[in-house]
Ligand binder design. Structure first.
Ligand code: PLP
Length: 427
């Protein structure tokens, strides 16, 4: 109660704006995840890896817009590209452009499993289109997904098939990281299921990495049973130059994952609104207007800002070298946090530059899926997460209530040291 009261007292501007926003927006905002009790901090501006709120507090940004904000808030290359595109090109020309092909080519060369791809406006859309391809191609409608998965607001499986999944009867829910069961499920559903859709690391589900054995078992069983394997890399593309699929090696053969379809979003267009889906050329031909009547449309699909800035973001800023460097820093950061937490019933899961802090009952507790981190509202684990958040914000670190952290380009080793020390004080 003390920490909560201090939070209220320190943030009168955020409190007032939240109360005003309740008049117009359900819950006072437009992204459910950003709500926090008693009210969320209202941000005013960002620069580099820093944020400033409406009450004038400055924070080091360790959330990075839930992984989408890898470039920070005012990268000079993006600023320049934004201004020159507006001035010299125009926003949305309503025709094809050279940059659309250039951007597609950059992505295709980073991810070898993508032979052809198309753009859309969000990760959610990318997944909906990938599912649509699988359904058209196979003539089947059911899809295997995993407990705890997040493939977009209308494709949420955190606690079963959520209320906002429109086609409830079409989902078969499986347990994440359970190799035996998933093999059995795929074999049993041969001829009944269009696709299996999975994240290489369950991101919103708590940054829980999928084991190589599990993900390759899905790929192999999907192939054996004529089921389309869709890997959702909307969050995980940032974890390696070729996406997380390039890092997940077959336990015996040592080869990378090779999904039939991959979905992308978040960081690929330098912070502009974006989604993309791609993969096997025969599957993508579902949307080839020369031979197919199936429509993939979207007014803003190839808008100039996303296409031009996407090319610059991946070729000049988030180059393979920078990507490797940031993820190395992230690995060190996560390992240091975990070491610190050894005796304290705290666990840190994740891959590279993305991780999640969890509080657990016993330190021996393994985290393999969402069931291992699901706690009752008001439980000590939830209270600890709230206290950590209050403590971090007071100490000048921007952190999410759910404990998800992601590093922003430009964050230094010293800044991650500062964060680790802040956690040490908290523990
Ligand atoms: N898939 C994954 C794995 C995600 O993490 C997200 C967003 O957090 C999405 C899909 C949805 O992307 P968007 O928010 O761009 O619709």
């Amino acid at each position: 109660n003390e920490a909560r009261q201090r939070y209220i007292d320190r943030n009168p501007g955020s409190k007032k704006l939240h109360e005003e926003a309740l008049e117009n927006l359900p819950g006072g905002n437009t992204r459910s995840i950003l709500h926090a009790d008693p009210f969320p901090i209202c941000l005013q501006r960002g620069f580099g890896n820093r944020l400033v709120d409406v009450d004038g507090h400055e924070y080091l940004d360790f959330v990075g817009d839930m992984t989408a904000g890898v470039y920070g808030h005012s990268h000079p290359v993006i600023q320049e590209a934004l201004i020159s595109t507006m001035r010299e090109k125009g926003l949305n020309l309503g025709g094809t452009s050279a940059e659309e092909n250039q951007f597609a080519s950059i992505i295709r060369h980073r991810i070898p499993s993508i032979q052809k791809l198309r753009f859309c406006n969000s990760g959610t859309e990318a997944n909906l289109y990938a599912l649509s391809i699988a359904r058209h191609f196979t003539g089947l409608s059911k899809v295997i997904v995993f407990e705890g998965a997040y493939h977009g607001g209308v494709l949420t499986f955190a606690h079963g098939v959520a209320a906002n999944n429109v086609d409830k009867q079409d989902w078969i829910l499986a347990k994440y990281n359970d190799v035996k069961k998933v093999k059995k499920l795929l074999a049993e559903n041969k001829g009944r299921v269009a696709a299996v859709l999975v994240e290489g690391m369950q991101g919103a589900g708590g940054c829980i990495p999928g084991s190589a054995e599990f993900l390759h078992a899905i790929q192999d069983s999907a192939k054996e049973n004529g089921i389309i394997f869709i890997l959702d890399e909307v969050m995980t593309f940032r974890l390696a130059p070729g996406g997380v699929q390039s890092k997940i090696l077959h336990p015996q053969l040592g080869i990378a994952l090779n999904p039939d379809l991959t979905t992308l979003g978040k960081i690929i267009a330098g912070g502009m609104t974006i989604g993309a889906f791609g993969g096997r050329a025969d599957l993508l031909s579902v949307y080839d207007p020369r031979i197919s009547m199936v429509q993939h449309s979207g007014t803003f699909n190839n808008n100039s800002l996303a296409m031009v800035i996407g090319c610059k973001a991946l070729s000049i800023i988030y180059t393979p070298e920078i990507c490797i460097e940031l993820n190395k820093l992230g690995d060190m950061f996560r390992e240091r946090l975990q070491l610190l937490a050894k005796e304290k019933k705290m666990k840190v899961t994740g891959v590279g530059s993305v991780c999640n802090i969890h509080f657990v009952r016993t330190i021996a507790h393994e985290i393999c899926g969402i069931e291992d981190i699901t706690v009752e509202p008001g439980s000590s684990e939830t209270v600890l997460k709230d206290l950590l958040c209050f403590h971090a914000l007071e100490s000048g670190f921007w952190i999410s209530r759910r404990g998800m952290l992601s590093l922003v380009i430009g964050t230094t080793k010293e800044e991650t040291d500062g964060f680790v020390e802040m956690i040490q004080r908290f523990l």
